[in-house]
Design a protein. Sequence first.
Length: 384
Amino acid sequence: MLASRLQGIPPTIFSEMSALAVRTQSVNLGQGFPDVDGPPDVIARAVAALESGLNQYAPGPGVPALRQAVARHQQRHYGLDLDPDSEVVVTTGCTEGIAAALLGLVDPGDEVVVLEPYYDSYTAMIQMAGGVRRPVTLRGPDFRLDVDELRAAVTPRARFLLLNSPHNPTGTVLTRAELQAVADVAIEHDLVVITDEVYEHLVYDGHEHVPLATLPGMFERTLSLSSVGKSYSFTGWKVGWATGPAALVGAVLAAKQWLTFTSGSPLQPAVAFALDEEPDFPSRLAADLQQRRDLLCSGLAAVGLDVRVPEGTYFATTDIGRLGWKDGLSFCLALPERAGVVAIPTQGFHDSDAGDQLVRWAFCKQPDVIEDGLRRLAAADLSA
Ligand code: GLN
């Protein structure tokens, strides 16, 4: 019993693989969520909000203190000046931001150019909005943007570009030059760009996250999405935001009011506190994650996997071809039994066959958990 707008969209692989991890008592290196919470003083703020009567509906666009804190965050990190009343809206995680942006902006038949591998909610929401996806493949081993392929994907029906950098699952952080190429294409073809920047602070080795909205001529055509989840290790809080010109933010709000009406009120002042009073937490987290990235990547290489060391995000991508496997889903379904470990096959995030042998591993876990996973992999027969 499914409406046509949901036909052909498989259940999200993340929930499926996390359930498999629980069922098989495997080390879960699949779904990206940390196993240590964010700052205790931020949690204390949320508790205080719950106990001090902030338990009724928030205003539609979000609690003013959070909208103001988001505007200050965009100014502090990127030099962007936003009006917190018209250019910021709070969403229930970035996932709702993606949904509301696509439902609020895309008309049936509009083409949405999207990087492949794509995050699974993009394709689901493009389809639910009646849009048509036009993938541009980031190909291994380096997973860089091919600008010619981007240009070729833009047809006269293209109206939107949905851009994710730092990119899940590949870990690519688009360079300023790549972003400039995206900006050139967007301006030339009058595209609106929706950017998913949830890993904005989780970049390694001195790589820099550059919001597309900061490039010349781009603010007025860019809707930027982010959230507290990854930056502050509160993925379960589901607090995100959309920022950009009032017309684009207004479209998000127009759809959002019919999705969740407003987002949960007690967590919003706590997130405002995090952004204002714990501004250095995300960079400390990134420094720590970089070490865990290295631990995971060297261990995966040691068991015979071709690893791409990511520039950002929670994830490392491997090619399992060398172990004789033809497809990542079979590998990931066999892995709990063979090794007691769960990872994510990313072939479902492609229209092309470029991802058939790609598997994603999360390193946002405590070092002893990563080590346990690696020990299990080292002890197992991983060949096809
Ligand atoms: N963003 C997380 C990941 O990529 C998962 C979030 C979700 O399960 N929807 O693992």
